[in-house]
Ligand binder design. Structure first.
Ligand code: EPZ
Length: 419
């Protein structure tokens, strides 16, 4: 088990360079197996989710090379083996191999995906999309493995009950090599989807409307070699901006698109938190006293659910009462009890939290329950007096590239140990 140990209250000053977006990279990597040539990805973050996908690619006999931020994938000799449970459960994004393998082979067998413990995390919308394209979906006798088959895939109009990011992307994969035109209505509009459609179109696909709520995919015969750069990680950037609002001393967060963070920057303005847009990034310093505000997470471009947990820490330091509501995941409050142990004053009621600030925090030994809960606890440890020990820190390494180095380099007293 990995432990992160933080000595709190150290200013953060200098530059943090933001890496490629986890939630784009984990879809771009499986997408590459649909090409009958070499696919090159750049700006891929060095995170354990990428390593987990590499393991699946190698299991499928894909030639993959991951050096620094460069990912080279040659799936021409791919063997469509059953993706085993120990690989598929290491991350949620293993489900993207469903759409990619179904598109290429019209058959896929894969065990249920894994991922953060933040709710039931069904994939019914993905499966309904595949069925709308002509596939049949069955489960094995142990109800733990999906078997998806199609004589052929035929374009169709698909209306998503919820603007699901994963379902939008997975259906886009399957539709890319289907016969005819597919329209996805109520499609997710997250910026990562634009990045993924960019790679698919570079590979020869015909996709229009990515980033809007209607995506049109005209099926093509085959996909070829291509390359793409992973867009910047808006959630990583937002997490460091929140830390900067609490402890920054002209902290520069570089390599980001402020427009991807507008919902967070709007909250900063409402809270009287100061920041400067500078060429290539944002510079931010601690705002000694700032206002409380209300936060309700929702699909893009509203306030992202993945920033909700780090944001709740900022709200503990705001003057007054903040109302927080999570609307995407039903159990994304795992970090609150630990924040309260550290001195926060947060009342949770289902997916809502009443956060009373300003409450000084004191370092404690706590546990990361999921990726973004872990990021929230790191944020709390950085501002707490004394020492904070975060157990199960592996969760954090799934989505924050070199977080210990990035924070140490700007003055944080933070380390990670195996124990
Ligand atoms: C992606 O998850 C992200 N993960 C999540 O980030 C993020 O929180 C989420 O999108 C929302 O932005 C990756 O991209 C790997 P959804 P995904 O399908 O695609 C329900 C992080 O911290 N739903 O948009 O799984 C579901 O239960 C992670 O980086 C169905 O009911 O999210 C949830 O309530 C956490 N049926 C809502 O939709 C389905 O078939 C959002 O799910 C699919 C989803």
């Amino acid at each position: 088990m990995k432990q992160i140990i933080i000595e709190g209250k150290n200013k953060l000053s200098g530059t943090i360079n933001i890496g490629g977006a986890k939630n784009s990279a984990v879809a771009l990597i499986p997408a590459a197996i649909m090409a009958d040539g070499v696919v090159k990805l750049s700006n891929v973050p060095r995170i354990s989710d990428a390593d987990a996908l590499t393991a699946i690619l190698k299991f499928l006999n894909v030639d993959v090379n991951f050096e620094e931020d460069k990912y080279t994938i040659d799936a021409r000799n791919l063997q469509n083996n059953v993706i085993p449970e120990d690989l598929s459960t290491r991350l949620r994004a293993s489900y993207y191999f469903m759409g990619a393998l179904l598109a290429r082979f019209k058959h896929v067998e894969i065990y249920f995906p894994g991922g953060c413990n933040i709710g039931a995390r069904p994939i019914d919308l993905h499966l309904k999309g595949f069925e709308a394209l002509g596939a049949t979906v069955t489960k094995d006798e142990n109800n733990s493995k999906y078997i998806i088959d199609a004589q052929e895939l035929t374009g169709s109009d698909i209306h998503l009950d919820f603007a699901s990011v994963g379902a939008t992307i997975n259906i886009m994969f399957a539709a890319t090599l289907a016969k005819g035109v597919t329209k996805i209505y109520n499609a997710a509009q997250e910026v990562e989807i634009i990045n993924i459609a960019e790679l698919l179109n570079n590979m020869g696909a015909n996709i229009k409307g990515a980033g809007t709520n209607v995506i049109t995919i005209e099926g093509v015969e085959h996909l070829h070699s291509a390359s793409v750069s992973v867009i910047c990680d808006r959630i990583e950037a937002g997490t460091y901006l929140i830390m900067g609002a609490l402890l920054g001393d002209n902290l520069k967060i570089m390599g980001i698109e402020p427009e991807y963070l507008q919902s967070l920057l709007d909250k900063f303005q409402k809270m009287n938190i100061k920041y400067d847009i500078i060429p290539g990034g944002i510079m931010i310093s601690q705002t000694p006293s700032f206002l409380s505000t209300d936060v309700k997470t929702d699909v893009y471009p509203e306030f992202p659910t993945d920033l909700g947990q780090p944001m709740s820490v900022l709200l503990t330091q705001a003057s007054g009462i903040s109302h927080f509501e999570e609307t995407i995941w039903e159990s994304r409050m795992g970090h609150i009890k630990y924040l309260n142990m550290m001195g926060a004053n947060i009342e949770v009621n289902g997916m809502k939290a009443l956060i009373k600030g300003t409450t000084p925090l004191t370092g404690k030994e706590i546990v990361a329950t999921d990726l973004r809960a872990g990021a929230a606890l790191v944020t709390a440890g950085l501002i707490a007096s004394g020492t904070t020990i975060i157990n199960d820190a592996e969760h954090i390494l799934r989505g924050y590239e070199r977080i210990i180095n990035k924070l140490s380099n700007v003055g944080a007293k933070i380390k990670i140990i195996d124990c």
